[in-house]
Design a protein around this ligand. Structure first.
Ligand code: TYD
Length: 143
């Protein structure tokens, strides 16, 4: 059996841009530019560099995060000792986050607008908000 490192599945994505003298237009289509159909979008703004958001894992949801304005950082942990940090500072790039990774969003610039595309409708029950519980679940010690 090949062990899959979930962090290998978190990755930066670059979207097509249609720019002309009128400005930029970035296109993100479900199942084409990202690996899921988009069921929900939400966006985060008005955070600053003193704030850490996220701090949870999702059992069922995949996400793509795009700073459509400003910048922020996302740290992803797989609970098995691997972590990666992504800088989001361009409106035509995003980061794909698979299910069951711990994520922290931080270092928001004042003008940050962080667009989040999700593969699911909102369900609080699929969130794991306790890091110790997350570690137990990914390491098979509880469901
Ligand atoms: P929260 O998960 O704490 O945000 P973040 O991941 O950015 O730290 O969500 C903040 C509040 O918004 C919380 O009460 C749950 C609610 N919420 C929804 O109702 N629907 C959603 O799609 C999301 C993402 C959050």
């Amino acid at each position: 059996m090949i062990a899959v490192n979930v962090l290998n599945l978190a990755q930066m994505l670059e979207f097509s841009q249609k720019g002309d003298e009128r400005g930029h237009l970035v296109i993100v289509e479900g199942m084409q530019d990202i690996p899921f159909e988009i069921k929900r979008i939400f966006y985060i703004y008005g955070s600053d560099n003193s704030v850490v958001r996220g701090q949870h894992a999702n059992r069922n949801s995949e996400f793509v995060l795009i700073n459509v304005a400003g910048s922020s950082k996302v740290k992803v942990k797989d609970g098995k000792g691997n972590e990666a940090e992504y800088l989001l500072n361009r409106a035509h790039t995003g980061v794909y986050l698979p299910k069951m990774v711990w994520k922290d969003m931080y270092d928001f610039s004042e003008d940050s607008v962080l667009l989040c595309l999700a593969s699911t409708h909102y369900d609080e029950n699929e969130y794991i908000r306790d890091y110790d519980e997350f570690l137990k679940v990914v390491n098979g010690e509880c469901e």
